[in-house]
Design a protein around this ligand. Structure first.
Ligand SMILES: Cc1cc2nc3c(=O)[nH]c(=O)nc-3n(C[C@H](O)[C@H](O)[C@H](O)COP(=O)(O)OP(=O)(O)OC[C@H]3O[C@@H](n4cnc5c(N)ncnc54)[C@H](O)[C@@H]3O)c2cc1C
Length: 490
């Protein structure tokens, strides 16, 4: 069994049934009454500001109290204090998904997790133990020297645990599947303060619910993931003027229909702001970007596979900028050019069926036009491949059935921007409605008040039953962010 960060002073490894239902859970440590809480900080205190800091500056995060946990004992102590005051407990790490969290209330305590200990890579077992709060960039930096790669997302600053609990769409996903399917073990502190480890053999029900079930089960303190041997990857981004979007989108979609799983790409229409680091050629007007990562496969190099897509496009229209190149895995997080610094933004997501000519026309009636001028990014992330294959060892969400995960974002550039962004998002949602699968990809959901549906009602009830079992008093009830019957929240 793996150690969890920050528990060195605690008894470890006892396999002790807590009650009949929990008999298969590994109880790593019982509640620790000696643990002292970091001060539960209130608004105005610097510890409160640190614990409520968020990547998405558009979301007001104003719980009653907030604290940063750097050890398991911190988590236990904060929980004990919150429960003593009959408060709800919320969890976040980086705030990348702040828009999808239920608004914070006057009886919420927010725990920001940044567990100490660092990423522990086992090159033989090809696994990494990731403390909660660790951004993907740190995980990749630890694994890459061993020629091993986790199924990280496009941004190196996204928290690995928050991404994995929401299934995670990687640029390696069409080859290796949902990132949450690569999780082999999760250690969490449950509402009663116990530290439990769940995996394929121990409390499989909770292990599955944690992977895509919508949160609200406890504070995850570490996750173990499988790593993949990848030493080269063809990656990059090519940009064209948005005037070429009809041709580019058609070519991309027709290629995507039969593309091999080694290729995971995104098609984006972008209205980029003139910020330092963004080439001026990309900010003169709306642009189309096709980016991603392509692995070797089927006896062909990643470059050859990518050429099937890119060469016809390049021949027809020269890109404004083209960074596709034979590279190494540590190049991949730069490909999507996600802003490293916090920004205020509002987003929306739909999981879409294949668009065809009518769907493409519908999308481009908003993206790249005046109607979508406030949308910084309208993205179609290519799904399919291994992402569409149910993994029997995967979590409660173990595959995605759509052709594309759309993710549209408007950065709020000024005080009046919200109205324009919301209008653009609503217009896009409306025109794409005929191609909406009605399902959502958990990690792409970006607003708490938007549709969130990862599974049907019977599975939702199954997940809710697990939630009731591990948290009968609903201490974490307000942290469950989607697919939760509304009545079950405190
Ligand atoms: C710029 C950007 C790029 C992105 N790229 C991708 C991508 O390529 N692929 C993809 O799939 N997604 C992507 N996402 C979405 C991202 O994966 C989700 O927003 C993810 O949930 C962020 O996790 P976090 O911990 O960083 O965020 P947070 O907002 O801190 O946490 C999100 C939620 O996760 C839960 N949570 C976090 N940590 C814990 C914990 N320790 N214990 C219990 N619950 C916890 C909480 O419910 C919390 O509300 C991107 C988002 C952004 C903003």
């Amino acid at each position: 069994m793996t150690a969890c960060p920050g528990t060195s002073a605690l008894p470890r490894g006892s396999r002790k049934p807590r009650n009949q239902e929990f008999q298969e859970t590994i109880v790593t440590a019982e509640p620790n009454p000696a643990a002292t809480a970091p001060i539960l900080a209130a608004a105005g205190e610097s510890a409160y500001a640190a614990a409520t800091s968020s990547y998405n500056l558009a979301v007001e995060i104003r719980p009653l109290f907030a604290a940063t946990a750097t050890t398991v004992a911190d988590v236990q102590a904060i929980l004990r204090e919150a429960r003593a005051q009959n408060l709800s407990v919320r969890v976040h790490a980086t705030g990348h998904a702040a828009g999808s969290a239920l608004p914070y209330g006057a009886d919420d305590v927010l725990i920001r997790v940044r567990l100490e200990g660092g990423v522990a890579v086992d090159p033989e077992a090809r696994t990494a133990v990731i403390p909660a709060g660790t951004p993907w960039g740190e995980v990749l930096a630890a694994s890459a020297p061993h020629g091993l790669v986790p199924l990280h997302g496009s941004s190196p600053t996204v928290g690995a645990v928050g991404y994995l609990l929401r299934t995670g769409l990687s640029f390696y996903g069409r080859r290796y599947g949902l990132a949450s399917n690569s999780v082999t073990s999760i250690t969490l502190v449950t509402a009663d303060g116990a530290v439990v480890t769940v995996n394929h053999d121990h409390d499989r029900e909770l292990f599955d619910a944690l992977r895509g079930g919508g949160g609200g089960f406890g504070v995850v303190v570490s996750v173990t993931v499988s790593l993949f041997a990848i030493d080269s990857v063809f990656t990059g981004a090519a940009f064209w003027p948005a005037a070429e979007a009809p041709f580019l989108l058609q070519a991309w979609e027709e290629w995507a229909e039969t593309a091999p799983p080694e290729a995971s790409t995104a098609f984006r229409v972008m209205n980029l702001p003139p910020l330092p680091g963004i080439p001026p050629a990309l900010t003169a007007g709306p642009v189309v970007c096709i980016d991603g990562a392509v692995l070797d496969g089927e006896g062909r190099s990643g470059a050859e596979i990518a050429a099937d897509l890119l060469e016809p496009l390049r021949r027809r229209v020269a890109p404004i900028l083209d960074t596709w190149h034979p590279g190494v895995p540590t190049d991949v997080p730069a490909t999507h050019m996600d802003p490293p610094d916090p920004a205020p933004f509002v987003g929306d997501h739909q999981m879409l069926k294949p668009l065809g000519a009518a769907g493409r026309q519908a999308l481009l009636s908003i993206a790249g036009t005046a109607a979508g001028a406030h949308l910084t990014i309208v993205e179609l992330r290519q799904l399919g491949g291994a992402l569409a294959v149910a993994d029997p060892r995967g979590g409660i969400v173990n595959s995605l059935s759509g052709a594309y995960g759309s993710l549209s974002i408007g950065i709020l550039a000024g005080p009046d921007a919200l109205e324009g962004v919301e209008a653009g998002l609503a217009a896009l949602r409306a025109v794409l409605e005929p191609w909406d699968t009605g399902l959502t990809a958990p990690s792409f959901v970006d607003r708490f008040d938007g549709p969130q549906r990862s599974f049907d009602a019977s599975v939702a009830e199954q997940v809710e039953a697990v939630r009731r079992r591990v948290d009968p008093q609903g201490v974490f009830g307000r942290d469950a962010s989607y697919a939760v019957p509304a009545g079950s929240r405190r």
